[in-house]
Design a protein around this ligand. Sequence first.
Ligand code: HEC
Length: 692
Amino acid sequence: MKPNSRKVLAGVLILGVIVAATWVFRYWVVVGARKLAGELPDVEWADLPGISHAGLSLRKLAGSGDAYVAVQNPYSSAADRAQGKQVFGAICSKCHGRDAVGGVGPPLVGRALTHGDSVWAMYRTINRGVPGTPMAGDFVSRKEAWQVIAYLEGRRNTGGVARSDGDSSARAATGPAATVSFRDLKDSSNAVGSWMLPGGSYDGQRYSRDAQIDRGNVSRLQVQWIHQFPTTQTPNETTPVVVGDYLYATHPPGTVYALNVRTGEQIWQYSKAMPPDLRLCCIAANRGVSVVGGRVYFATLDAHLIALDATSGRLLWDQKVADYDQGYSITAAPLPVEGLVITGIGGGEFPIRGFISAYDAATGALRWRFNTVPEPGQPGSETWGADSWKTGGASTWGSGAYDADLGLLYWGVGTPAPDFDASARPGDNLYSSCELALDVKTGRLVWYFQFMPHEDHDWDSTQTPSLIDVSENGTTRKLLAVANRNGFFYVLDRQTGHFVRGGPFIKQTWALGLSPSGQPIRAANTSPTPQGNFVVPSVNGATNWWPSAYNPVAGLYYVNAEEGGGTFYLNATRVKAGKPYVAGVTTFGESFATFVRALDPATARVRWERREATVSSAPRGGLLTTAGGLLFGSDGQVLYALDAATGQQLWSFAAGAHISAPPFTYRYLGKQVVAVVAGQDLLTFTLPEDPP
Ligand code: HEC
């Protein structure tokens, strides 16, 4: 071989080695280039060997250039987890408490982390520390940091965790929580000063029989105590319940708090960590808990129903209601009735099929389920063209009401899916947009009333109805009253489901009126189109989830009404599991007015109104009415009390934060308390002591 060709061969060999090496280390090369280009400021050179330990992470990092998404834990075997647990116990638990439930340092399980939840964010926090705090960056080696994360990840995914206050004198002061029976709940609906159910009572009236605070003295209300929940951007929409010395409230996205009713101090908290890929149409709301049998029940955005010990917050059982990754979620408080805990389901913006489910209160076992979209062969299935029933929506995300004498559970149903495109689901689409009456023991359908067949504006009929007994022509009639998002107020016979009367409570434009049987007479050209159609009300509806109230003494039904329209545009959509199934978009009109309106069930007409300062589609808080002749509500940041008969304002309080939760009231140690969550603060008000 000539010296020349030897050189060429050597050259080719060297080049080959370089090419092969570049290929083998290609992800190193790309990541190195990204680092040199300043694209990975949070990643240090010394982190790379650790990251590359798991192979895939480096490749993903080369691809995306985003460590928070790409990096997986390179040390996550069972042995690593065990090692991590040991390190945590030796070093971290000093500050973060045994099992990471918190101490001097914050809890690291059962809540969203301030400095980020992804494994990379946790690694970065542990390895670099939090400057200016006791959280130093040199407690452990890089590898140990990964192992501790493996241990924490295991703990974070086990569900939730209960935590008592570090030095809880509140708990010592309260003793064990009182055990409430189903009988107690039934009786409490008529008791003075009780607020043990999510809406105060089974009848959906949000009417308190307590008259201690009345028209004459309400102007003297003053703050009793304030409890601050953690800061978060999600509005708090909770209505707490009160049992003995305990007040139970929720905080978004998935925490329950038990507070001492006397002082507002925390007794315990329980958090369920939410998966990072929740499917939500709207905000990450949680509207409250229910309590019975020494247990606290709440339902979660990832569609679980959970029972906690009422005294300690310890997890008793955790039942999956539906698959969150299909689009199911729960935001309302569950309703405890006759040995059962009943929940509806949200997710109407996804290709789901709605239902109402009842679980055994003691064990969490499923007792019955009513599907709000019938399947082929069942009555009502003929109202769904083709296969549209499979993805028919008809969610049930509000709460229900219960008539113990009739044994009937009343529950409103949301719109059919897809929203806006009714042509995708030929027929009336039962039982979407209905009020349902179910036999509470079996879940069997007793009657239904459909407000809007073939609905196409996303006006869910999920408002909690008020069950009202009204004397008309010398007889007492058992009626059901509800103001619907579609702008009409309905009064039904709650034994038969027959339409009694109805009428608009805002100036709506989509219907000419109601037929004698309560069916809407549609105005022409009001469906969504590709060019857009302006319709009143807007997609928000004439009212929304914020609860109405009914005062049997005043004989009036009160609703937070919105008068403003929106343009509804039709778009194409298609079914993809877990992905939004919405066939359009909407905008809000420019002129928007908001009111409290008092409706007379005897005529279905507006008796009086209060025009609010709020002139936008901002969320409202809802209403409470009392035997003191009062109506409590809110307008932006202002909590107020009106004369229930006339609407005249008697008291107001500037709470300093937007009120997105309904006021409620209870009696404690002989004193009536009115309370509301404003922003993330729970405020309570009482009358001052009389001068001696
Ligand atoms: C000397 C006390 C102390 C020790 C020891 C300690 N931490 Fe911390 N840690 C803190 C404090 C205080 C904070 C809160 C910093 C802040 O203000 O954000 C914190 C914050 C954190 C955070 C961020 C929490 C969040 O919400 O984002 C993580 C993660 C964390 N620590 C993990 C660890 C781990 C793992 C160890 C053991 C290797 C450890 N810490 C050891 C005191 C400590």
